[in-house]
Design a protein around this ligand. Structure first.
Ligand code: ADP
Length: 396
């Protein structure tokens, strides 16, 4: 069974092709700058990368190009060999879990375009095109909220009028489900303890912490929308909504404009005024840029806030796991986050942290809590979920 897992941006389509008989990645690739006269297509098979300029006016054209390339490279006999295309879908009104993409699912995602403005519109647009143009290949959406279905009401509910939650679904949904699910499974395996209490720290362009016990999500720092929780690259994180009327009055901007500021010009970018990329902020901070340094401090403080909350939620922890572009690569941020937590039995080994590469423990010998770096593998989780969906359908 071969499954393609798609990762969509507004002008990009990236994929990994899995052979689910042994979960190997047969190829990875994609098309960038979709819609521009000079789109670029790349493919990597057996560590050999080839790149070419192509014409890809829309996502459907990009997918067809990639499928052609995969057949040319012998990864697929023909596109019909593909059992499914899987998507790490973010949010839909009234829908979670693993779903075949149809009009009902698309309409539910579209209804939340303004709740997940960076994520839903490109997915809906591309899925709609693919749905129309490749009707024989099942498109499977694995929603990011699904892993968090185990969060109890006490950790899920906002203190708002009761019917808001009941009728309108205004509650903490939690996101990054594919990544936290992967970490939950992988960490339990590496610790040799299926009951383990794990605090999964997915720190990247979007960031969230997740409290996990026995493989289940008990709390996630992301709430109703992917703009909540920790500060993100250019999205706000937790924010008091009663600042909104004051802001609207002071700036004369409309609610839509202010929401756009919160979703596009906030987070690390808003704080630093410099960049949404942590590497730039680390370099600027090292050169003495105080706002870049402050952005790092605000980010680390927010991670520590949720870390503390989840240590309480889990009554301690067996492991803290860092993942995502920042979690896997920034020794500085990991050190700032784990600074002076010895009372909790949490101690980094400075040298292991500095030189870490790949999946490794980085705690000091004396640390009661294990600290790991684990590169996440969200695509594998989506491929497995698509495979399970296909198997269920086959069985049913
Ligand atoms: P996304 O959430 O979009 O998938 P990633 O998980 O790839 O994003 O994370 C992107 C973030 O990771 C960026 O802020 C980037 O600066 C940061 N990052 C990537 N590599 C490094 C590195 N070597 N050092 C510090 N930060 C890094």
């Amino acid at each position: 069974m071969k499954v393609l897992v798609a990762n969509l941006g507004s002008t990009s389509f990236k994929y990994r092709l899995f052979d689910m008989t042994d979960e190997t990645v047969l190829a990875r690739g994609g098309v960038e700058r979709i819609g521009s006269p000079k789109s670029r297509c790349f493919v990597e098979v057996a560590r050999q990368r080839t790149e070419a300029e192509v014409l890809a006016p829309d996502h459907a054209a990009a997918v067809r190009l990639c499928l052609q390339q995969l057949t040319d490279h012998g990864c697929l006999r023909d596109p019909g060999e593909l059992s499914a295309i899987g998507f790490k879908a973010v949010h839909a009104q009234g829908i979670s879990g693993v779903q075949r993409v149809d009009e009902r699912v698309l309409a539910a995602m579209e209804a939340y375009n303004d709740v997940a403005p960076a994520h839903n519109p490109p997915y809906v647009q591309a899925m709609r095109l693919l749905h129309e143009q490749l009707p024989d290949i099942p498109l499977i959406a694995a929603f990011e909220t699904a892993f968090h279905a185990t969060i109890a009401p006490a950790d899920r509910l906002y203190a708002v009028p009761w019917e808001w939650a009941e009728r309108y679904g205004i509650q903490r949904w939690g996101f990054h489900g594919a990544s936290h699910r992967y970490i939950a499974e992988r960490a339990a395996q590496r610790l040799g303890d299926p009951e383990a209490r794990i605090i999964s720290c997915h720190l990247g362009g979007s960031s969230s912490l997740c409290a996990i016990r026995a493989g289940q999500s008990l709390a996630n720092s992301l709430g109703f929308s992917p703009q909540s929780g920790l500060p993100h690259n250019n999205r706000v994180g937790d924010f008091d909504v009663f600042a909104l009327p004051a802001l609207l009055r002071a700036t004369g901007r409309s609610l839509e404009q202010v929401l756009d500021d919160l979703a596009q010009r906030s987070g690390l970018l808003g704080l630093s005024g410099l960049s949404n990329d942590l590497r730039d902020l680390e370099q600027a901070s090292a050169r003495g840029n105080s706002r870049a340094h402050l952005a790092l401090e605000v980010f680390a403080a927010s991670v520590r806030h949720y870390l503390g909350a989840y240590l309480v939620r889990l009554n301690g922890a067996d492991a803290i796991v860092f993942t995502g572009g920042i979690g896997e690569n920034s020794a500085l941020l990991r050190a700032m986050i784990c600074d002076q937590l010895d009372w909790f039995g949490i101690a980094l080994d400075a040298e292991k942290n500095r030189t870490a590469q790949g999946e490794v423990p980085i705690h000091a010998d004396a640390s009661r809590v294990a600290i790991w770096i684990m590169p996440t593998n969200e695509e594998l989780i989506v491929a497995r979920q698509a495979q399970e969906w296909l198997n269920r359908r086959g069985a049913g």
